[in-house]
Design a protein around this ligand. Sequence first.
Ligand code: AQP
Length: 324
Amino acid sequence: MRVFSGIQPTGEIHIGNYLGAIKQWIKLQKNNECVFCIVDLHALTIPYNPKVLQKLILEKTISYIAAGINPKKSVIFVQSKVKEHTELAWLLSIVTPIGELKRMTQYKEKAEQFKVNLNAGLFNYPILMAADILLYQTDIVPVGKDQEQHVELARIIARKFNQKYGKTFQEPQAQLPKSGAKIMSLSNPKKKMSKTDNPQGYISLFDSPKEIKSKIMKSVTDTGKEIKYSPGKLGISNLLTIYSLFSEKPIKEIEKKFKNKGYAEFKKSLVNLLINSLEPFRQKRKEFQGKEKEIKNILEEGAKRAQILAQPTIQKARQKMGLI
Ligand code: AQP
């Protein structure tokens, strides 16, 4: 199977990104052909600082590798280094209905969040994402819940293109984890955990024990004191999900363990679990600090491999559309 997924170089990778997407990538890379992309062009659609973008891209590559992506097995590269992504995005825009783009939840939310100087790039984001995926004849796209709608649109675009110009693209399938597809913010459990949110709302894979303790102990929980998973208890349910996924124990068992114990005791236990679970990531990242040259080589090699994979598809799309 061909697997494709991407992540934006917008901030620290958090446990939501890990549980929703990266954990699946690590499993999938064992037996599949995986292509992982740092989607820098997508990151330009919201306010950012051009002076630190390159630094963030290198940091993100280190984070990927520290989290378990093996550059010897999987292709890792930066989106803007493979020009076929933007070329295909334009070709796909010809078959993309504007009505579909207007329906996209992420566009509506980000357009609300970044009202001033709203740009067309944010609106066209899902077309570029469809190009990212379709360029590699992808079978599976492991993502969190928030990206499911975009993968569905990539399927629609592939189908429309194939109907109009003849079979060119594989229709991809989103793959969401059974649990953890939408980890919520620690400071507002009604919102998803997000990199560009207030740092109190997320735990980075590389937070120090002190930061983990402070964020979990201050995390917003509901009134009452029962440790119980329930739709009316968003904060505690979110923490129980995180506990369950890092301890690999069912939620029912954790509820039982903390029966008649208060939120503070449960939170303290979660702090210890997270400090221990995230320790290997912190260690692995340290090993790569200062190895900028090595990281740049990995990305250069990744871009070459990605371009080789992308070429036949872009040629086919051009030819079908009458450009060759
Ligand atoms: N809270 C989450 N729970 C589960 N999965 C999540 N993902 C993101 N947030 C959660 C998944 O992580 C992958 C990479 O995300 P992205 O970099 O493309 O950006 P995003 O989806 O927009 O995530 P963020 O963290 O909220 O970033 P910003 O703040 O930059 O927008 C995706 O597969 C995503 O589903």
